[in-house]
Design a binder for this molecule. Structure first.
Ligand SMILES: [Zn+2]
Length: 550
């Protein structure tokens, strides 16, 4: 059996799926006799760039082009068309792979060969250069000379997946080329084409099987057909999703179902058994993480009113089930953690541990619930008096969460930007306090914890007075011991050296002067006020073990 990818490779411009715009333009150019001397075909792999170049060569050299049913289309059947299509030895069509022929010698050779006209009257010489971004600067310079004074009836087609590299190394040549951008082929288009091929071959397949193939083909029709080929030759009877998974080593949908469940239910205990199962089954953990990202993306899309393409029926059901349990802000944060850990997955020698950490962080991650929703769920409207936040809806978050209070925003873990130094004022210091706490935590979690429960009271010259927020004497002692360290931390943000003074806890007029409250204190106050006003909320906070955040 001829490989399906080869057997069903398009023979006419009108066969090019998804790239109809390019097919029509090229067909029109051939029909009008206005074919350019140089083309750049840019786009992802497997979307038909080389195929389109061959069809162009066929159309230019077709023996029956004068009597073509559609002007500009090759017949696909004459001797010339057949030879070009099958890649048989052909004087007029030269295919080069720049990945292997990239030296200046080849370029010179190309130049010399280009000087020879096509083999016969009325024929065109077509050079198809694949992976053109691999050509050297010298090769491009030689080609530029040809294209500045192109011999008649010579056409160059440069195909590339990375046009930006050509722009970098050979910008002048781009102005000599007519550029076509090939589109990625979506899963629907791939499934449709696979169905046509199956019908033509008298074969059948489950829709889910085709969706899985389309997903693995990742936008490439050639890959889609090659995978279908493998799956068809692997077994008997109709192609099933199970067979596709087996051939491609894909991770089954129920694994992703388990991921969604353990994240939604915060079932941290289920993390290690799940990863153990993947490892035992010999699953590719990188593939698993990509798949998990795809599933979360589908949940996010569903939450935002969209629909992910190419999901199997089982997967679509899972997405529907979990999209209300995992609201969009949560999914965004889950995906942010994924993006953060992904590089480690590639570089770490211990992919298993990275995957375990990823799932644990997902399962432990705090969730955002808008206060209004909680109140509505309790049959209450939000209080009309004091608004819970400054313009933004108040957010409830688990008190057990280990994360800093930044709802709907992924936790910042990247190293801090070098601090900008400025004047030492009490306002500035208070504004910077959360960053100073972060800096402290990076140095010592203990110091971070101490500073988090301390506030800036006043600034006097180079003296900064701080005060612990609780009356525990251990806290004050800890701060006392860390005065030098704190002076250094604060010193990073100001232009002059700083001396830290400590005030007694609870001293002064904390409750009388709310302006001096820390954010945490203010939140506690606000929550207290809200709870006093609304017994429903109070019950919810108690029942759900929540704390109020900005
Ligand atoms: Zn022909």
């Amino acid at each position: 059996m001829i490989a399906l990818a080869r057997k069903y490779r398009p023979k006419r411009f009108s066969d090019l799926i998804v790239q109809e715009h390019i097919g029509a333009a090229l067909r029109g150019a051939v029909a009008a006799g206005r074919v350019a001397h140089g083309y750049l075909f840019a786009g992802p792999r497997g979307v038909g760039k080389t195929t389109a170049a061959r069809i162009l060569a066929m159309a230019l050299n077709c023996e029956r082009r004068a009597s073509a049913a559609v002007a500009g289309e090759p017949c696909g059947a004459c001797d010339s068309c057949t030879r070009i299509w099958t890649g048989a030895v052909n004087l007029d069509v030269v295919e080069l792979d720049a990945a292997s022929n990239r030296g200046v010698d080849d370029a010179r050779d190309l130049r010399e060969r280009a000087m020879y006209a096509a083999s016969a009257e009325g024929r065109h010489k077509v050079y198809i250069v694949d992976e053109a971004h691999m050509l050297t600067r010298e090769a491009w310079n030689a080609l530029l000379k040809i294209l500045e004074e192109p011999p008649s009836r010579v056409v160059f087609v440069f195909a590339t997946t990375e046009p930006q590299k050509i722009a970098q190394s050979a910008a002048p040549i781009l102005s000599r080329l007519q550029r076509f951008d090939f589109r990625r082929i979506g899963p629907h288009a791939i499934v449709d084409r696979l169905k046509q091929v199956l019908a033509a071959e008298g074969l059948s397949a489950d829709d889910d099987a085709l969706r899985l193939i389309a997903r693995s083909a990742d936008g490439g029709m050639r890959d889609g057909l090659s995978i279908l080929d493998q799956v068809v030759s692997f077994g008997e009877g109709p192609v099933t999703a199970a067979r596709v998974r087996e051939v491609l080593g894909l991770i089954s949908d129920d694994v992703y179902g388990e991921v969604l469940r353990l994240v939604a239910e915060r079932d941290t205990k289920a993390v290690f058994p799940l990863v153990a199962r993947l490892v035992d089954e010999g699953a590719d953990l990188g593939e698993f993480v990509i798949g998990a990202g795809d599933v979360l993306r589908a949940v996010l899309l569903a939450n935002l009113g969209g629909k992910a393409e190419g999901l199997t029926e089982a997967m679509a059901g899972l997405v529907e089930r979990y999209c209300s349990l995992l609201p969009a802000p949560d999914v965004v944060r889950l995906l942010a953690v994924l993006t953060e850990l992904e590089p480690q997955l590639r570089t770490s020698g211990n992919a298993r541990l990275v995957v375990e950490l990823l799932l644990l962080r997902w399962a432990m991650m705090s969730r955002t619930v808008e206060l209004e929703e909680v109140l509505r769920a309790l049959g209450k409207e939000p209080g009309k008096g004091e608004p819970p936040g400054k313009g933004s809806p108040a957010v409830l978050r688990d008190a057990v969460s280990p994360l800093p209070p930044s709802p709907a925003v992924p936790p910042a873990v990247s190293p801090p930007i070098p601090p900008e130094r400025g004047a030492l004022t009490v306002e500035r210091l208070r504004g910077l306090w959360s960053r100073i706490v972060e800096d402290a935590r990076a140095k010592s979690p203990m110091l971070g914890a101490l500073l988090e429960r301390a506030e800036v009271v006043s600034v006097d010259g180079i003296g900064v007075s701080i005060r612990p927020l609780d009356t525990n004497p251990v806290h004050a002692e800890g701060l006392e011991r860390q005065r030098e360290a704190l002076a250094l931390l604060v010193g990073r943000y100001v232009t002059e050296p700083v001396r830290i003074k400590l005030q007694g806890a609870g001293s002064g007029e904390r409750s009388a002067r709310p302006g001096r409250l820390t954010e945490e204190g203010a939140r506690a106050e606000r929550l207290k006020a809200l709870r006093a006003k609304d017994p429903g909320l109070s019950a919810a906070v108690d029942a759900l073990d929540l704390e109020l955040l900005e």
